[in-house]
Ligand binder design. Sequence first.
Ligand SMILES: [Zn+2]
Length: 86
Amino acid sequence: MNARMDADCKKHAVNLSSYFDGELHGNALAKLESHLESCTACQGELETYNKIRKALIYFATGSQKGKPPGKSNPAQDGGEDEPTQK
Ligand SMILES: [Zn+2]
């Protein structure tokens, strides 16, 4: 695959995140969509956004389900909070 970004891509890349968030409308949306159809580089960029978002959702839901971040497992803490037994 010969995916490289040219100057046109850089122009569109600015709008990619808005497009991904569904915040791109009208002429800008039409231009970006027609560019995406023929540009594998920008399609790749969009895919990257997808992966990042999935990862973010994964971490967000993961930390909600599990323990709050920052609270370490006391069994593996091995440290300063340990009660002294002298
Ligand atoms: Zn492009």
